[in-house]
Design a protein around this ligand. Structure first.
Ligand code: NAG
Length: 432
């Protein structure tokens, strides 16, 4: 499968791809040189360690960023990137400069199940609005449920109800509220969906992909009866998908290809999503109460039935789930091949999946949350904070941003995120 990069239309992506392909050659060499290096086994060290000096081509690799670049396993990944590098890079369409392409004509509704606000939701909403996403509709906003199981049942019922009020020809984006960041413009997200589903005529729902089947029984259809990854079966080296290779539970699946449905990110036609949620609603409302510890379990069960047009994002073309995957990402600046380079305050730094070659529009920090604090200051909306365009956009978000409840009432930013400064460290809430 060609790198998703080659299907991207933005020149920024083209430049990034070229830069990363060049870096990949260096990394591949480094990989061969350091074949004996032990694999990283501690997630803390993934977040805090080391590692690689800036290569001679000027590619900026954040030294704080996780990187086992140079250990043996990932060496296969750059090889794939090199193969792609030989192919001609996609030329930008005439007159289509970065950031100027129009939003594709997809009528999509942005839904977030969320009963009450949270610092991390404000960060999530901020990144969405900074990237021109539509204002989301919050499902179950203001409701309280008597326990976690009821909240999960009602999450599915609430989404099902809203889907039934939408038009059949619409699309819906359904996202977790607390741990999802949007790093690329909305139009890029939509374009990536259109590209990823081109062969299916955009009639398929795309979900995030996890490296581990959870929480379904490992022998259940949801874990077993589903398509294999489209990535090469040696993308992480000889131990790709080898569950016996690493025993530490914290890192056990880092060399697995993402394959299992994650229900915290999805994008697809309302027509299909309604069927998915109708079935999941039936399953969860008929499940014994002690089996209602996850709503994902029931969406995954529907996927395991394999008779609706559902797929997962094997290559992180849309959604980058983070569990066991921090190591697959590297930060790349958008001007690495520009000469002269942009002033630092105007550079956009993106988390790039060096394994699949995709620049994921959405980062989903499912699993361990430390990376959210470690990465926030590195994302472009933090590093670019002296850029007048970013200041202006931020002010617009604070002034006009917000979300809707399912009755169509607008809840302004100042109400949802009152007293919260997204740029302060996690948990910061102003005393007033
Ligand atoms: C997935 O790959 C495994 C191992 O190569 C193979 O046995 C299995 O049939 C494949 N499953 C599907 C659905 O293609």
């Amino acid at each position: 499968m060609a790198s998703p990069f080659l299907r991207s239309k933005s020149p920024v992506h083209t430049v990034l791809f070229a830069a990363v392909a060049a870096a990949a050659i260096l990394l591949l060499l480094a990989g061969f040189r350091e074949m004996q290096t032990p694999l990283v086994s501690d997630p803390q060290s993934i977040l805090s360690s080391s590692v690689i000096a800036a290569p001679a081509n000027g590619l900026v690799v954040d030294p704080q960023l996780p990187s086992t670049l140079g250990t043996s396993a990932p060496a296969a990944a750059p090889a794939a990137a090199i193969a792609d590098a030989a192919a001609p890079l996609a030329a930008p369409a005439p007159g289509q400069a970065a950031g100027q392409s129009p939003v594709p004509a997809v009528d999509a509704v942005f839904l977030i199940p969320l009963t009450s606000t949270h610092f991390n939701f404000c960060r999530s909403l901020y990144t969405a609005l900074m990237n021109d996403y539509p204002k989301p509709t919050l499902i179950n906003w203001g409701q309280t449920f008597k326990n976690g199981a009821q909240a999960r049942v009602n999450k599915i019922i609430g989404i099902d109800n809203v889907l039934n009020k939408l038009r059949e020809d619409q699309y819906a984006i359904i996202m977790d509220g607390f741990d999802v960041w949007y790093q690329l413009p909305y139009k890029d997200f939509v374009n990536h969906y259109l590209d990823y589903t081109r062969e299916n005529d955009h009639s398929v729902v795309v979900f995030g992909a996890d490296k581990k089947c959870w929480p379904n029984d490992l022998k259940s259809p949801a874990c077993v009866n589903i398509p294999n990854s489209t990535l090469p079966d040696d993308i992480f080296g000889a131990h790709t998908d080898d569950a016996n290779f690493i025993t530490d539970p914290a890192t056990k699946y880092i060399y697995h290809r993402p394959r299992w449905l994650n229900s915290g990110n999805m994008f697809g036609p309302v027509k299909v999503l309604r069927q998915v949620y109708e079935r999941a609603n039936y399953l969860i409302t008929h499940a014994p109460p002690d089996m209602v510890f996850s709503d994902q379990m029931y969406i995954a069960e529907v996927y395991g039935q394999q008779n609706l047009p559902m797929t997962v994002d094997f290559t992180s073309e849309l959604f980058q789930t983070m569990t066991f995957s921090h190591n697959d990402l590297m930060f790349v600046d958008d001007d690495v091949l520009a000469s002269p380079r942009k002033p630092p305050s105007e550079r956009r730094r993106y988390a790039f999946n060096r394994v699949s070659g995709a620049l994921p529009p959405v980062l989903h920090f499912n699993g361990p949350k430390q990376a959210m604090d470690a990465w926030w200051p590195k994302m472009w909306w933090s590093t670019e904070r002296s850029n007048p365009a970013v200041i202006a956009k931020s002010e617009e978000v604070f002034k006009t941003g917000g979300a809707f409840d399912t009755d169509g009432n607008f809840i302004p930013w100042g109400e949802i995120c009152k007293g919260i400064d997204v740029h302060k460290p996690s948990g910061y809430i102003s005393p007033r």
